[in-house]
Design a protein around this ligand. Structure first.
Ligand SMILES: Cc1cc2nc3c(=O)[nH]c(=O)nc-3n(C[C@H](O)[C@H](O)[C@H](O)COP(=O)(O)OP(=O)(O)OC[C@H]3O[C@@H](n4cnc5c(N)ncnc54)[C@H](O)[C@@H]3O)c2cc1C
Length: 603
């Protein structure tokens, strides 16, 4: 029998063991150390570090929550400035590739947005993070090591060989099997899902989209897709190539993302019912698929196929999880738990969100607090945000090419994200139970609103003729969107967070009412506004909130009367699961124990 360190009694111990040193695991180690420098942290990672630059991982475009997390919470601003690329926001071209680009409706920014975001090479980033971890006191990064088993200590299950409160991890590395005991174990093992599998926590997602993607060591510059000078010049400046460019068609979108060192990432994401996965699953098939569906991009990218760095494919990428945080000191972060859809690049947002909740739980546990109520509440909060956001994608791919409805849907999704999720996260309110309990009504209103709006868009997009038209829509001509994005650049005083969210929700309700009215004027069979919303919206302003957008899309010429809420058709009965989860997380026993623990904490 081969002897290992463990066999000789050299069992090591750490405070937090992190399984998987990818984006989620490495960021968590940095965040934990930033908050608790004396905490012992061990990251066990399967791959050898440093990683090659490009072509290792997908997930290169960041949005506001992730950008804030990397820059402000993890203090990585200098890395992003020096080694990654600034992002010129998300940009969309609707109408399918049969039309020339200048005839496709385009939605995007004309100047860099108030809140900076980034395009990042994951190889460069993760190698940087692991090198930093190695230099950090009390932090150990073990690469080329594979976790084989985890024995979790809990009230119900105790591993006889482990100390009373510790979990035990066994991992393989050159030299044999090693044993690590730990107070906390966090699973960030990506799709391997070590804890998710161990506990049988996997839950299928209804969202059945597939993806293929590849990286080339060459710049595929979207500006060169046409010679048309009016198209090239219409946004002013030369920054289009720095956007996450989305070419949108029936049941699919294609991304073009620039990366540092002249690398480009390209991906096709598609609903398998409309765009069969087999037609794109190899480099040659993806090339042919582009020529069929996006011929201009295909021609632009064609000379780069011989500079291919990698080619990856993933069928049915969305997956769900029934539990991610436990009072028994285990947690799951990143895609080891759940994953939505890359359309708005939210992957790193969810890492920021779960890592922040985990850090809070570890810190409270370290202070000797009972974390049972907080773990339950955070678990409900995280999974319910996931569930609510999944609605923005499920069954919506069939309308992705629609150049009239999709810009309004995107404005809605931006408005909701900046009004609530990003606003709460950036202002540090996601770990403030008292604030979340106070916001219960607004959060449940948000679910009703979003459920209604996504159903409206889904049906409207199928009824509304596409009519691309070739307009350029500057998203920040809509004052509301500009103000919401600007608001994220400054810290909101704590006493203003609640009234701001309240105001934001009333504004969202007004946008929902106006958009519903607009859609139902042409298609009365579309769902009408749920009655509850009518009493929750702000009074009508001088003009509809999205008037500039409606005008740019040709829905209205002059200022229409949107003051009347529309209540004539049958109302939508929305499955209100998000609200139910939040309410049950923050009500009854959970809420009273939360209140009690908060009362104790504050006296
Ligand atoms: C098509 C597509 C496009 C995407 N685009 C974006 C985007 O634009 N922006 C964005 O933010 N997100 C995007 N994402 C999501 C993004 O890829 C994920 O959010 C991110 O990679 C998750 O990081 P992670 O650390 O959870 O997992 P990973 O990066 O997969 O890391 C897991 C790590 O665990 C290690 N590991 C696994 N098993 C073990 C074990 N037993 N022992 C030790 N180590 C182990 C692996 O080696 C790996 O390094 C996209 C996802 C898809 C599918």
């Amino acid at each position: 029998m081969r002897h290992t360190e463990a066999d000789h009694g050299l069992v090591k111990r750490t405070d937090v063991a992190i399984i998987g040193g990818g984006l989620a695991g490495l960021c968590l180690a940095r965040q934990l150390h930033g908050r608790m420098p004396d905490l012992k942290i061990t990251v066990i990672e399967g791959q050898k570090h440093p990683l090659p630059d490009a072509g290792v991982k997908v997930g290169e475009s960041t949005i506001e929550i992730a950008a804030h997390y990397f820059r402000e919470i993890l203090g990585l601003g200098a890395h992003f400035r020096d080694s990654q690329l600034p992002k010129f926001a998300l940009r969309f071209y609707f109408g399918g590739g049969a039309q020339p680009i200048e005839k496709r409706t385009e939605l995007g920014v004309s100047d860099f947005p108030p809140f900076p975001t980034y395009q990042l090479d994951r190889g460069i980033f993760e190698s940087f993070l692991s090198a930093e971890a190695v230099k950090t006191p009390n932090c150990e990064f073990i690469d080329m090591a594979r976790v084989q088993s985890v024995s979790v200590c809990s009230d119900a299950v105790r591993d006889a060989e482990v100390g009373r409160d510790d979990h035990r991890i066994r991992y393989l590395r050159v030299g044999g099997t090693f044993v690590l005991d730990c107070r906390w174990v966090v699973d960030t093992s990506g799709r391997a899902g070590v804890l998710k599998k161990k506990f049988g926590l996997g839950k299928p997602s209804d969202h059945g989209a597939n993806a293929v993607w590849w990286r080339v060591s060459s710049r595929v510059d979207i500006r060169d897709i046409t010679d048309d000078p009016s198209w090239r010049n219409r946004i002013g400046g030369e920054n289009r190539w720095l956007s996450t460019n989305h070419l949108m068609g029936d049941g699919y979108w294609v991304w073009v993302i620039p990366l540092p060192k002249n690398v480009t990432s390209i991906g096709i994401v598609a609903d398998g019912n409309r765009q069969p996965f087999d037609e794109m699953g190899t480099p040659e098939r993806a090339r042919q698929w582009l020529f069929k569906n996006e011929p201009e991009l295909a021609a632009l990218a064609d000379p780069t196929w011989d500079k291919l760095i990698d080619f990856r494919r993933l069928r049915h990428f969305s997956h769900d999880c029934v539990k991610v945080f436990s009072k028994d000191r285990w947690a799951i972060s990143g895609i080891a738990g759940a994953f939505l859809d890359p359309f708005y690049s939210p992957g790193s947002d969810y890492i920021a969100f779960s890592n922040t909740l985990i850090t809070e739980l570890v810190e409270r546990d370290r202070r000797g607090e009972n974390i049972a109520a907080a773990a339950k509440a955070f678990d409900g909060l995280y999974l319910s945000f996931f569930e609510n956001n999944l609605k923005a994608y499920t069954d919506l791919y069939p309308i992705f090419g629609n150049g009239r409805v999709m810009p309004i849907k995107i404005a809605w999704d931006y408005g909701l994200y900046w009004s609530l999720f990003a606003f709460l996260f950036i202002n540090g309110a996601m770990t403030d139970e008292r604030m979340l309990v106070r916001l219960r009504k607004e959060l449940s209103l948000m679910v009703v609103l979003n459920t209604h709006m996504q159903a409206l868009f889904r049906q409207w997009g199928l009824l509304q003729p596409e009519n691309g038209g070739g307009n350029y829509i500057a998203q920040y001509d809509v004052e509301w969107l500009l103000r919401l994005n600007q608001a994220l650049t400054r810290q909101t005083p704590k006493d203003l967070i609640y009234p701001t969210v309240q105001r934001n929700m009333k504004r969202l309700a007004r946008v929902a009412a106006e958009t519903t009215l607009l859609a139902r004027r042409e298609f009365p069979q579309l769902p009408s506004l749920p009655p509850r919303i009518q009493s929750e919206m702000e009074p009508a302003g001088d003009e509809p909130v999205l008037l500039r957008l409606y005008q740019a899309l040709g829905f209205v010429k002059e200022t229409p009367d949107f003051a009347e809420a529309d209540s004539t058709a049958p109302t939508l009965s929305a499955p209100n699961s998000w609200a139910t989860i939040v309410e049950s997380s923050f009500s009854g026993d959970a809420q009273s124990s939360l209140s009690a623990s908060l009362a104790t904490a504050t006296t």
